[in-house]
Write a protein that binds this ligand. Structure first.
Ligand code: DAH
Length: 373
């Protein structure tokens, strides 16, 4: 039998000489692995007489423990050395100047939302928000779209899995959660929170399962809501006209109101804006009925349905008003001349460089909203 102390000395010396973890592991396998030499020694114990085994077993076990300890100690040393080396080589001098100044631009959607806030603030509106993960009640029911209302089918709603029966929500026990399909639920939330009279706009993200050049599953809307004691359609028309003139920075914006239908307004009106052909491009402005002109559908609106006012907890005999909803991305495209909605959400640096705004281009009415400084 090989002299145990020779094995031990050889093993310890080899362990000591290893310079990296891979070599160390090879040495470990050579001695302590299943087929390793010390493991083989352990197996010889079975063939010994009980007396032999009594004297030999402790020696072999001690040998195994010594070698295992040496390997563990060496492993720790190597790891420590490797860490030291990495710390020394991967230092970063935080006092050095940055190679390039920070870059970035304000996305046109953000810019347009800032412009809207600025324009409507001047008309006495404040900005309201609501959750993008909404419940069925706020998104549909309270907007006069009962469970079986056909208008629900037109929204291509993203639903969450049904909530379990013991989870309940404000106003909506066991309501099914969804990604809001429009900003209109903020009408309900704002009315419930703030009561009337109220003047708000609610810009934000909305979601529908729809995707092509002019539809993306996520897009942006801005909702408008005015509730007071004596609001009528004339106020709606003046407000939209004033807003669109300020937004497009033209005095010749002409609106055409067409009767329409939305469950949450009564009467409902679809608003078209006149455009004219300028070098083959449709530019907003002018009467759409003039030769070379036309009308483009821009937004939905109407007098808030009495049922909606009641759902929001107010007395419809005392309060009335108007609401409107318009696509923010669409407004941005019309104002700044982009033609593919999908590019809005690609995160392409070249597109952002081209269409993005400097953070210093703060929209102000006095400077003309959206006019570059
Ligand atoms: N919520 C509607 C939609 O997403 C837009 C809309 C129409 C909002 C009429 C309104 C409104 O507030 O009065 O299609």
């Amino acid at each position: 039998m090989t002299d145990l102390s020779t094995i031990k000395n050889d093993a310890l010396q080899r362990v000591e000489e290893t310079r990296d973890a891979v070599r160390l592991e090879a040495v470990r396998v050579e001695y302590l692995g299943k087929q390793g030499s010390i493991s083989s020694l352990m197996k010889t114990l079975g063939k010994m007489t009980p007396e032999q085994r009594q004297t030999e077993a402790p020696k072999i076990q001690e040998l195994r423990a010594n070698v295992a300890d040496a390997i563990a100690a060496r492993k720790a040393e190597l790891e420590e050395a490797e860490l030291e080396q990495r710390l020394a080589s991967e230092t970063l001098d935080l006092t050095l100047p940055a190679p390039r100044p920070p870059e970035g631009s304000v996305h046109p959607v953000s810019q347009v939302m800032d412009e809207l806030a600025e324009i409507f603030a001047d008309l006495g509106f404040s900005v309201a928000t609501g959750p993008e993960i909404e419940d069925d009640w706020h998104n549909f029911t309270a907007l006069n779209m009962a469970e079986t209302h056909p208008a629900r089918a037109m929204h291509d709603t993203f639903y969450f899995p049904q909530k379990s029966a013991n989870e309940t929500l404000d106003n909506a026990p066991n309501a099914r959660m969804l990604l809001r399909t429009h900003t209109s639920p903020v009408q309900i939330r704002a009315l419930k929170e703030r009561g009337a009279p109220i003047r708000i706009i609610a810009p934000g993200r909305v979601y529908r399962s729809d995707s092509d050049a002019t539809h993306t599953p996520m897009f942006h809307q801005v909702e408008g809501l005015v509730i007071d004691r004596d609001i009528h359609l004339g106020h709606l028309k003046w407000t939209l006209e004033t807003f669109l003139k300020a937004f497009f920075e033209r005095d010749d914006i002409v609106l055409r109101l067409r009767p329409s239908y939305f469950p949450f307004t009564e009467p409902s009106v679809e608003v078209d804006v006149g455009w004219q052909d300028v070098d083959g491009r449709r530019v907003l402005g002018g009467n759409g009925d003039a030769p070379g002109h036309g009308w483009m559908e821009l937004l939905g609106s109407g007098m808030v349905n009495a049922r909606v006012i009641a759902f929001a907890g107010l007395d419809p005999d005392e309060w009335q008003g108007f609401a409107f909803g318009v696509g923010v991305d669409r407004l941005a495209m019309l104002k700044y001349g982009m033609d593919d909605l999908r590019a809005f959400f690609d995160g392409d640096q070249r597109w952002l460089d081209h269409y993005g705004f400097s953070p210093f281009d703060q929209p102000t009415l006095s400077a003309g909203v959206g006019a570059p400084a």
